[in-house]
Design a protein around this ligand. Sequence first.
Ligand SMILES: Nc1ncnc2c1ncn2[C@@H]1O[C@H](COP(=O)(O)OP(=O)(O)OP(=O)(O)O)[C@@H](O)[C@H]1O
Ligand SMILES: [Mg+2]
Length: 495
Amino acid sequence: MESPQAVLEMKGIRKHFSENLVLKDVDFTLRAGEVHALLGANGAGKSTLMKIACGVLPYDRGQVYVRGKQVQFRSVTEARNAGLAMIHQELSLLKNRCVYENIFMGRELTKPGFPGLLDEKKMIEISRKILGEMGYELDPQRKTADLSVAWQQIVEIAKAVWKKADIIIMDEPTSSLTKQETSQLFQLIGRLKGEGCGIVYISHKIEELFQIADRITVLNQGKVCLEKEMSQVSKEELLYAMTGKHIYETRREKARTGEGILRVEGLGGKGFHNCSLSVRKGEIVSITGIVGAGRSELVSSIFGINKASEGKIFLLGEEVPLRHSPSYSIKKKLGLLPEDRKKQGLIMGMSVERNIVQAALNLLFPRGFISASAVSEQAGKYGRQALYQQEMEKLPEKLSGGNQQKVVLAKWLCTNCQILIFDEPTKGIDAAAREEIYRLMEELARQGKGILMVSSDQREVLQMSDRVYVMKQGTISRELKREEITEEKIISAEF
Ligand SMILES: Nc1ncnc2c1ncn2[C@@H]1O[C@H](COP(=O)(O)OP(=O)(O)OP(=O)(O)O)[C@@H](O)[C@H]1O
Ligand SMILES: [Mg+2]
């Protein structure tokens, strides 16, 4: 018998992908008016479980109940009609449509009396109202393609709110939001909760779960290994449950920095202006700022994806032309790990191992002869620190979200770049693997490489940076030296 106030109940769910059993008889219950956290390492099965709940994926065995009634959704539309909405980890907005069109997708409003005629004005108006109530100022007529990942996330949430869903699943909603934006989202979640919504909240930021969740379920390789009231668990207990290992946090030692290797003077282009910064050998430098402050735009111009229109860039003491290409940057030993990894980072259909060595082919195989065993060896050297062997043998499209991120990261570690720009390096990466990545970054810095990191994760910035640049409205508004880096200083410079 399912518990009375459960809005969503899953029992004995089993699921496999070819020979890989990814959910092993999982039970999960969501009550009305609760935020239920779902935690687990990359690949543990969190997204798969929730995709099953809302009809995106079929399952082998088990039952799903919504408000006490057994259901078997055959499509997302059926689930949506029953009040379920899922905000996916890999965003599913139509890029060439406007914000309001995405919010109303599949449920467009028509003019009263003219069923064939869309009521654009009303949809724009309602969109603006929903976004406004959520605490965000965003023009509903903007093209989705022009929005940063964080803004796209906000649009996804607006879509669920408008659908009046009362079971809302959020798969890593804050992975690219800053602290301020996250607290706005938390206010919204509080309100939805008050209205009786049940919310499943997936996140790798454990601190966040203590703030927002009422209960937590931890998955370890497809099995439930802990279910408790949030107030009854500690962070250590959670990390141990999800990995079976004791995890210690990295503390950054004092950097031994050398000469400057990247310098940018008065750089300007689309979305940023008059930016000057520098990175020295052995240094980890962060750029923070609220969404839309121009951080990603700035670094992708330094790398050559977008073109800067004014200013100067020096790499290893040599001035580079402003309208240079990414391949020119790589030749000059500058690498970039982009924020939108699906679009810019991975080649689907090509093995994980080959993806890892892809950017370093010329370096690793100067004679052009590429042997499979050498690829395997090189890829393993960097990939295996963060990925299991079974993941290395898959195609990237078959990996969980977080493991895809690790592949792109391993790819850059493999090159002999002296300067690495990491745009949100640990976004979507589980808490245990994140510590691995911090250790790798430390190691790179110790080898004398320079790292420029764009990050919205305040903890990460405080933990890892030798210096911090704060961006505001398209320009660098403040530089903080190591001894000046505090949470208060960062926040006060951001606004
Ligand atoms: N379409 C697919 N085809 C084959 N295997 C898949 C597919 N989607 C997921 N998997 C596998 O299922 C397992 C669980 O993946 P899932 O995406 O549910 O993990 P997750 O817990 O959401 O991880 P993350 O924190 O990285 O998002 C992984 O081993 C993954 O490789
Ligand atoms: Mg996932």
